[in-house]
Design a protein around this ligand. Structure first.
Ligand code: GAR
Length: 195
């Protein structure tokens, strides 16, 4: 199983997935793709000997279909079997999500269905939630909405800011995403539930 990983930033989730795909793991990374040339994760992937590509979304402006056609061209060359979105901060349209449905995962920093979209940690704090967490789900046409494949929970602590909570959730993300990917590539869709 060949896995393409899409990033927009530091790529810590990408790294945790890449490191997990070793030894008897049934999948291997074949590509790290970013929509931003300055994404820190690109150098980390290169250092590990993984092919990298940049498809900058900005020249396409509002032409989302054009951007996604460029993504598909790159994907054709690297022939992944599936895609893991790892902090990829572009909304994908139905044309792209339909093409990859059942073969594309995303990690989102909230306990979905709570807090789809952005600013998840601040919204959890504003709501007075006592716990927060992250979700890995299959990507469908609706944003942050596909079948849930795993969730990890962390406590919200007194004095938390969006930054301290995000850091605690990120540690949980690094445990959850590899656990879900391993199960998913072996054909098991039962959700991974981590405390
Ligand atoms: C992660 O917290 C991920 O859950 C979030 O972006 C961060 C990327 O960090 N993704 C989203 O908000 C997607 N809507 P990373 O680049 O270090 O993996």
């Amino acid at each position: 199983m060949r896995v393409a990983l899409f990033i927009s930033g530091g790529g810590s989730n990408m790294l945790s997935l890449v490191k997990s795909m070793a030894q008897d793991h049934p999948a291997r990374p074949c590509l790290v793709l970013s929509n931003r040339a300055e994404a820190g994760g690109l150098a980390k992937a290169e250092a590990l000997g993984i092919a990298t590509e940049v498809v900058d979304h900005r020249p396409y402006g509002a032409d989302r279909a054009g951007f996604e056609a460029a993504l598909q061209d790159v994907l054709l060359r690297h022939a992944p079997d599936m895609i893991c979105l790892c902090g990829f901060m572009r909304v994908l349209t139905e044309g792209f999500t339909r093409e990859w449905e059942g073969r594309m995962l995303n990690i989102h920093p909230s306990l979905l269905p709570k807090y789809k979209g952005l600013h998840t940690h601040q919204r959890a704090l504003d709501a007075g939630d006592s716990e927060a967490g992250c979700t890995v789900h299959e990507v469908t046409a609706k944003l942050d909405d596909g079948p849930v494949l795993g969730q990890a929970r962390v406590p919200v602590l007194a004095g938390d800011t969006a930054e301290t909570l995000a850091a605690r959730v990120l540690v949980a993300e690094h445990r959850l995403y590899p656990a879900v990917l391993r199960r998913f590539v072996s054909g098991d869709r039962r959700p991974v539930l981590l405390a």
